[in-house]
Design a protein around this ligand. Structure first.
Ligand code: NOJ
Length: 758
């Protein structure tokens, strides 16, 4: 009783304090807005790019005079506290109303210290590590003057042709939602006003990952039920976690571009989900709506404002046309006021009105970025993101002594490609290459290395990879024949060949879709020649997306997928190759056999003519020329030890209403090493009012076991886990049977059935 009273009192005080703060914010903003001219209000809705990261064909112009005239609400594209301080000084000292600016940047997987690309990070299935990476990113980014991160990107993606699959957390809405929450928490911390907190920006709202044919910026078309059940949950999770801002996507949703879609930005986001922050468009998304066929700049700007966009990134459609639209009565003052208020509220919540220089302390970068602790965290997180795809005869871990090891491939002695996509502040020169990492591990084994091949020799491909004239991929002056000959001579001296191959930095990420998602052909040829030596080949694979690896799976002795690991790449790879860290990453995307199978994802619907494992059978959901199965399913990943799963035990098999079910398995470490397993819970609803997927992830736990150790792993299941959006988009569960599945990946599961009535 006493405890309940204390709890209620604390709740009352917290609510009271919150209301008092809201009231204080309202009074302040009411007062400020009374003083603002229409032009100044519109100025707050303008986000300009200034720096070196245009992500479209247009750059902002005339930034300085606009700044002085109060025509800019925020800037992005650079991370230099000295320059930002000068700019903020102009905003708060030399403009009429002294309103501070937002400073944004694509802080995606770390700021100075780079962590694995988001797709790799998701393979840790470890929310503590995910949050930690975002927290460190915020610490470093705020040290460099930033207060707004264009992250997390939570777009569900089922198509590995799409280059931006690397920026998200894969194909699953449940896991994606957990990660979205952890990222928001990491960036925003426990108090947005702190000098090491930055505002998160959830993107790209919405459905950007479903671009048709995996072509970036392309059309999206899906049913509301698919949206609600599979694509929208991570955005909602980020909003529920308190994300301060949302970025619109480039694509259409229900045939209306997201930035003009009032159903999306107002009915769903604000009215249904209760989002209280502000909405910014993606880069030039307002003006691009003219190309979508929605009218001239004035028209599309009007549509965007009315739909619920508050800030216009780079188009300057708001800046240059809203006043005219107001005069022509196409929009109302109330609509401008609303958008302006939301931006000012966000600035207030960030503490910018109290102290606009809060994150502009030039002494911080030297003390707080690329610290040994941050690099240590990056190394640990990277090692945990690696996925061991194959390990025949326990060829891995490599022995530190008594062997000759040949590291061969264009990624073996390479710094450039360690960091992956979106590393604006990251310095690849400071990354640890694979060879450096291996040498740092000081093995007594003999270590040899050779390049073996170019990343690619296709000059038009190279031209695209080297965008903005950067030399990211170059053809070696040494001839391909000599590279190959030297590599084979080196390989022939070794006991084990480690082929270090894959995709370079700019082969994935924005505007980097591919139709062929194999290892580039020059490298593949090298791999084939290495395999022909008859020596065991371990493939260390760099990639920003799932690749088609059927041949590699058949011919390599082991495959370790390391994604793009970040600053500490080489050290983390050596940690895993030599067994100081036992890999435990699990895939968060399906790896198809061929591009022809795409889209291929684990939580697909059943059909009336289900595939039965035999692709030759006629009149089934299959192909003439390929099995349906992927090379590696969602949730898959090996360890240097082995785990066995007992049968699924259920606390009850008949449940009613709000009872809870406990489902457990006995997990045993049957190998010779301690290791961590991600135990996954899936549920299938075999009879419902709409056709439900064959299985859906509903829980997971990371379990560390010593060699020989055994543990009971239990999941508590309530009717929450049974719910879905039905044909009326009502979120509820339906009584009947449910299959409860537990296992180490989405295919290797044990099953038990319950009946649950209302
Ligand atoms: C375009 C990208 O789609 C988006 O993710 C990014 O945040 C903006 N450019 C700003 O760089």
């Amino acid at each position: 009783m006493k405890q309940t009273c204390t709890f209620l009192l604390l709740l009352f005080l917290a609510t009271y304090q919150l209301n008092a703060q809201d009231a204080k914010m309202k009074t302040f903003i009411d007062g400020l807005m009374k003083k603002m001219t229409t032009e100044e209000k519109i100025g707050q809705l303008n986000l300009v790019v200034s720096g070196y990261v245009p992500t479209g064909a247009v750059m902002s112009e005339g930034v300085e005079p606009k700044l002085k005239n109060g025509q800019i609400g925020g800037m992005f594209g650079f991370h230099d506290p000295t320059r930002m301080k000068q700019i903020q000084k102009v905003a708060v000292e030399n403009t009429r109303l002294k309103i501070p600016l937002f400073f944004g940047l694509d802080v995606i997987h770390g700021h100075k210290t780079i962590f694995p690309i988001p797709l790799g990070l998701s393979c840790t299935w470890d929310m503590g590590l995910v949050e930690k990476s975002a927290r460190i990113a915020a610490q470093e980014a705020t040290a460099e003057g930033l207060n707004w991160a264009f992250s997390p990107m939570v777009d569900i993606a089922r198509d590995p042709r799409w280059g931006r699959i690397s920026e998200g957390s894969g194909e699953d809405p449940y896991l994606g939602s957990q990660i979205a929450k952890a990222m928001v928490k990491g960036y925003q911390g426990d108090d947005l006003t702190k000098n090491n907190s930055m505002m998160a920006c959830v993107k790209h709202f919405a459905l950007y990952g479903a671009a048709e044919a995996g072509r970036d910026y392309n059309t999206v078309d899906m049913s509301r039920s698919t949206m609600y059940n599979y694509y929208l949950p991570p955005y909602k999770a980020a909003v529920d976690a308190g994300a301060g801002s949302v970025m619109t996507s480039f694509n259409v949703v229900d045939e209306i571009p997201a930035s003009a879609n009032r159903w999306l930005l107002t009915d769903l986001l604000r009215n249904q989900w209760g989002f209280k922050g502000f909405v910014v468009t993606d880069y030039t998304a307002v003006m691009e709506m003219s190309l979508h066929g929605l009218g001239d700049l004035q028209q599309v700007s009007t549509l965007a404002l009315k739909a619920g966009v508050d800030m216009d990134m780079v188009s300057e459609g708001f800046l240059n046309t809203l006043k005219k639209s107001l005069d022509e009565k196409k929009i109302t003052m109330a609509e401008i006021d609303l958008a302006c208020r939301r931006i000012l509220e966000a600035k207030w919540k960030m503490g910018l009105f109290d102290d606009p220089y809060r994150r502009l302390d030039e002494s911080r970068p030297a003390k707080e970025t690329m610290t040994p602790e941050n690099r240590k965290a990056s190394r640990e997180i990277a090692a945990r993101s690696f996925v061991l795809l194959k390990n025949d005869n326990q060829i891995l871990p490599l022995k530190k002594s008594g062997q000759t090891l040949a590291f061969i491939g264009p990624f073996a002695d390479n710094h450039r490609d360690m960091l992956g996509t979106w590393v604006i502040a990251g310095e690849w020169e400071k990354s640890v290459s694979v060879m450096e990492g291996v040498k740092n591990a000081s093995p007594q084994s003999i270590i040899l290395s050779a390049k073996g091949s170019n990343i690619t020799e296709d000059t038009s491909f190279i031209h695209r990879l080297n965008f903005y004239g950067q030399k990211m991929v170059a053809i070696d002056p040494i001839s391909p024949e000599t590279l190959m000959r030297t590599a084979l001579e080196t390989a022939n001296k070794a006991d084990i060949i480690v082929a270090v191959l894959g995709e370079s930095q700019s082969m994935s990420g924005e505007s980097s879709s591919r139709t062929d998602i194999g290892i580039p052909k020059e490298q593949r040829r090298l791999l084939e020649e290495l395999v022909k030596t008859g020596k065991p080949v371990v493939l260390v694979l760099f990639t920003g997306r799932p690749l088609t690896l059927e041949w590699e799976q058949e011919h390599c002795a082991a495959i370790l997928n390391v994604w793009a690991p970040g600053t500490e790449a080489g050290n983390a790879i050596a940690d895993v190759l030599f067994g100081d860290v036992n890999p435990g990453g699990k895939l968060t995307t399906t790896f198809p056999r061929s591009v022809g199978q795409i889209p291929l994802y684990y939580n697909h619907k059943p059909t009336g003519r289900p595939y039965n494992g035999e692709y030759q059978t006629k009149f089934l959901t299959n192909y003439l020329d390929s099995p349906n199965e992927p090379v590696y399913p969602f949730g898959y990943g090996l360890s240097y030890t082995t785990f066995s799963y007992g049968d699924v035990k259920l606390s009850k098999t008949n449940l009613k209403g709000n009872e809870t079910l406990t489902a457990s398995v006995t997990l045993t470490n049957t190998g010779k090493m301690a290791g961590e397993e991600t135990v996954q819970l899936y549920i299938h609803d075999p009879v419902a009012s709409i056709s439900r997927p064959v299985k859906e992830l509903k829980g997971f736990q990371k379990i560390m076991l010593k060699a020989g150790e055994r543990r009971e792993v239990s999941f508590r299941i309530s009717t929450e886990e049974l719910k879905f959006y039905n044909k009326d988009l009502k979120y509820d569960w339906e009584p009947g049977d449910f299959d409860i599945m537990i296992g180490g990946d989405s295919e290797a599961v044990k099953i038990a059935r319950v009946n649950w009535v209302k």
